[in-house]
Ligand binder design. Sequence first.
Ligand SMILES: Cc1cc2nc3c(=O)[nH]c(=O)nc-3n(C[C@H](O)[C@H](O)[C@H](O)COP(=O)(O)OP(=O)(O)OC[C@H]3O[C@@H](n4cnc5c(N)ncnc54)[C@H](O)[C@@H]3O)c2cc1C
Length: 402
Amino acid sequence: MVIVGAGQGGLQLAESLRSEGWTGPIRLFGEEPYAPYNRPPLSKAVLCGDQSADHLTIRGPDFFAKKAIELSTGTRVTAIDRAAREVVLADGGRVAYEGLALATGSRARTLPLPGADLDGIMVLRTLDDAEALCRRMAEARAIAVVGGGFIGLEVAASARKFDREVTLIEALPRLMARAVSPAISDWYADLHTRRGVRLLLSTGVTGFAGVDGRVTGVETSAGPIAADLVIVGVGVIPDDALARACGLDCDRGVIVDDFSRTSDPTIVALGDCTARRLPDGTLRRLESVQNAVEQAKSGAARLMGKERPFTATPWFWSDQYDVKLQMAGLSAGADTSVTLGSPEEARFSLLHWRDGRFVGCDSINRPADHMAARKLLDRGTDLTAAEAADPAFDLAARARAG
Ligand SMILES: Cc1cc2nc3c(=O)[nH]c(=O)nc-3n(C[C@H](O)[C@H](O)[C@H](O)COP(=O)(O)OP(=O)(O)OC[C@H]3O[C@@H](n4cnc5c(N)ncnc54)[C@H](O)[C@@H]3O)c2cc1C
């Protein structure tokens, strides 16, 4: 079995192949010079200085030896020869496969604008990016963050911890617009403003200014913003180049089904590089640890000729300052919401319905609500808004009851 991409999903697939009973060789190829590591702390504890980068590794060297997983770091796969069932390595070497998994992840999107190549304009995707950003943040005076999604907001919160002047520029009228409801966006706008971030919503970036090759500011539709460090957090591009080049079906990612199958029966794909049709009929990329891990489990089963569909409710989390946001389900387009708890005390959840169906829950510092909502959503329970709006309603008890 050959796995391309030694990240969160690639490692899980290797582990799952062993637990599914595969006793043959497993080769795991990763382009980065590191063993698989956790990315979520890169924009959170690592940037804040609360966690050292040495503690990100998911499994130690003993694990790979014990499970007989041959990990090759610093090794890029450059092509897939489907006819010969071989992958081609950057040094020209060829490795035969019986089953192949693509877990190539995604790359940070950049802005093709005037001045975008100035020194001091950075993205955050890898451990190397995070270490470079930590060094730059220590020296910076004024930081501009482009993008009010999870990464941009987590970076802004980390930068405020070091008392840096932070301006966050978002093109849309609200924060995290693709993932959370307007009420949660507003709550976060207030939180960041209170913590000293200057928020510019509905503001487009048109270019970057610099002196002697170093960035000095961001040009925006609201005027120029001075900054000696700019972090661009405007989403990711799926790394589906290998798949496209060998003729697999792709549409903004390698297209897979609930079993992680691609259009070639010997190849599965998983994680950030994939797009999957969800129950609402939309083809979506879900860029999350849960998605990579669950698709990897399904993919490993598939390579062993078994069926283990990934149909669990999507979930995600984000840590900003001392606030934990957890999201269960996909609540975009919700038409009815019920609040549990207290937004003023920063402990509340919003439950969401669309066309009378319970579709999601956004929780702020209420992890028990998040767990209960996931259970209900997984079971497809017909919880109604009227029931949840009753002052005596207990979400955890409802989840226990089924
Ligand atoms: C800063 C940051 C914060 C995040 N925070 C959260 C969070 O709070 N919660 C959450 O759920 N998710 C979070 N995520 C997203 C999560 O980390 C990803 O969804 C997850 O890592 C996806 O796993 P993956 O295996 O698909 O890709 P990755 O973990 O990105 O691994 C892909 C690997 O494949 C390698 N590769 C690519 N092409 C090749 C090739 N041709 N040959 C060899 N190797 C190759 C890449 O170098 C990379 O190492 C965060 C991501 C980032 C960057």
